[in-house]
Design a protein. Structure first.
Length: 123
């Protein structure tokens, strides 16, 4: 379901990926981590770091869009729209220091991560 591009990115960075499912989980966690660091930079008034961390989040979300499998049905199309909306929110954060939009994006990825874990960690 998930492309080799994302796996190659993480492999190049010496991260051992045990499965495609784990890769998506790590990507969701990355967005959350980068958004947290962007918020800290915003609070400190460090525009350069805020832009850096927001751009990192956007790059991960771009990769999430790239690895969607549209043969799998409507969920991929829904996720593409959701991911693209999150990118729009983050671009607004970069331009306007909008902490509410950053929080909205972070909350969406918290929910996505929880749902992903529920769906992929079958007991």
């Amino acid at each position: 379901m998930y492309g080799n591009a994302a796996h190659n990115i993480y492999s190049e960075n010496n991260v051992a990926i045990e499965s495609s499912e784990k890769l998506v989980e790590l990507m969701y966690e990355g967005v959350l981590r980068f958004n947290t660091l962007a918020k800290k930079a915003m609070d400190a008034g460090n525009i350069e770091k805020k832009v850096y961390w927001i751009n990192r989040s956007i790059a991960v979300i771009d990769e999430l869009v790239a690895i969607l499998n549209f043969e799998g049905g409507a969920v991929a199309h829904y996720l593409k729209g959701l991911y693209n909306y999150q990118i729009t929110l983050l671009l607004d954060v970069n331009m306007h220091d909008d902490a509410k939009k950053l929080e909205e994006c972070t909350n969406v990825f918290k929910e996505l991560l929880e749902a992903w874990r529920d769906a992929t960690h079958v007991a």
